[in-house]
Design a protein around this ligand. Structure first.
Ligand SMILES: [Zn+2]
Length: 189
């Protein structure tokens, strides 16, 4: 058979909401918190500012304050940034929560389950093999390629490992675009 130029199926990973945070609640057994609509609290003390991101326990609604800036000289903060904190700017809420240094400094993990979706054209299993798929990330959502591909193709993860050729590790989280090839199921000569 002549080889045809393959057109890669476009898959897109989109963020549907902000991830939850792993945060032990002091009032109930829950270990999960949400930024909800996103609120900051700013406290000015002379020329020093404290800024917190407020999060709520997903179970009992208790509010916790996560330090964004602690005793920061007012002049050290960009006025536009400060306005964003006062206005509870949703973009700034997202940027704060998703800043890896913020989570690392506070020892928090982000829980992305249910916070993203895969937009993929329907798979046609009768079409010519092998398939090429190009995965693009609209937002930096860390996913495991084997799980994403299993979901997108409705295959078991074992089948994904057998049939998918990919230039990155299928089991390591990524949030950078990649491509893969799906090989045909069984030889039927
Ligand atoms: Zn709670």
């Amino acid at each position: 058979m002549s080889s045809q130029p393959h057109i890669a199926l476009p898959w897109v990973v989109r963020r549907t909401r902000l991830p939850l945070l792993s945060l032990r609640c002091v009032d109930c057994p829950s270990r999960s918190a949400t930024t909800g609509k996103g609120r900051f609290r700013v406290n000015a003390n002379g020329k020093l500012l404290d800024v917190w991101l407020l999060v709520r326990c997903v179970s009992c609604d208790r509010t916790s304050k996560l330090t964004v800036h602690e005793r920061a000289p007012v002049r050290s903060l960009d006025p536009a940034l400060l306005d964003g904190y006062y206005a509870n700017d949703p973009t700034l809420v997202a940027a704060t929560l998703l800043d890896p240094q913020f989570a690392r400094r506070l020892g928090l993990a982000l829980d992305w389950q249910g916070a993203w979706q895969l937009d993929a054209p329907p798979a046609r299993l009768d079409e010519a093999w092998p398939w090429h798929v190009a995965v693009d990330f609209e937002a930096a959502v860390p996913i495991r390629p084997d799980r994403l591909i299993a979901q997108g193709l409705r295959l078991s993860r074992n089948e994904v490992l057998r049939r998918v050729k990919c230039d990155i590790s299928l089991r390591r989280h990524t949030s950078v675009g990649f491509t893969f090839i799906v090989m045909t199921k069984v030889s039927t000569y």
